[in-house]
Ligand binder design. Sequence first.
Ligand SMILES: O=C(O)c1ccccc1N[C@@H]1O[C@H](COP(=O)(O)O)[C@@H](O)[C@H]1O
Length: 233
Amino acid sequence: MSGVSDSNPGSRSSTRVKICGVTRSADRDAAVVAGADAVGVICDVPVDTPREVDEETAADLLDGVPPLVTGVLVTMPDNVDDAVELAQALGPDAVQVHGGLSPSELAALGRRLSQDIVVAVDADADDVGAYADAADALLVDSVDAEGGGGTGETHDWERTRDIVDDLDVPVILAGGLTPDNVAEAVETVRPFGVDVATGVERVNDAGDRVGGEKDHEGVREFVSNATREVTTA
Ligand SMILES: O=C(O)c1ccccc1N[C@@H]1O[C@H](COP(=O)(O)O)[C@@H](O)[C@H]1O
């Protein structure tokens, strides 16, 4: 039987945590203080999302990510040249690609950039292995029809667990994660890392989620619950 240990509440598992879709420096800093390993900034995506920022804001947000935390550019390029140009302009530590680039285009992107490439794939896709070969890490998400993320929807975690078991590449679990479900998700999937956007957004007095604004307590809870040491008794 397994469970979350309370014998050493100060210990944390090795699960990496990325807080994505940060649009404000205060939210970026709150993620860092909470212990996030990576902060994602979304720029140049064709989907309508409150988490997208313009290039100047993206550059400022990424520039303020401190040493030992990974600043990730999240983008949906039309082609390799556009992705190279944006990454070179913004200077992130890593680039997360959603959308239509093929495995060979991703491999070409990786050859032209010094940064690690994280590719977002749908958990149900049948060509996940080809993407894994072309990138440095796989982000298994519940993507929308255009390949974008931020859906707030979970997928079949057992399927992602199979991907973790079958492929020799770091797998980051995303899609509908929240402070309430992330511990179970980590226990089920055993991913290299977890990634959240909508699940840690602020809720206003009317009970509506405010897209693009993080709930700092939610961010703290998410990191804590994602990284609690799990023991097998
Ligand atoms: O968040 C977005 O709006 C977005 C738009 C385009 C590409 C990626 C996007 N977000 C990524 O999707 C995952 C999962 O989001 P959620 O937790 O289900 O809301 C998120 O971590 C981002 O990497």
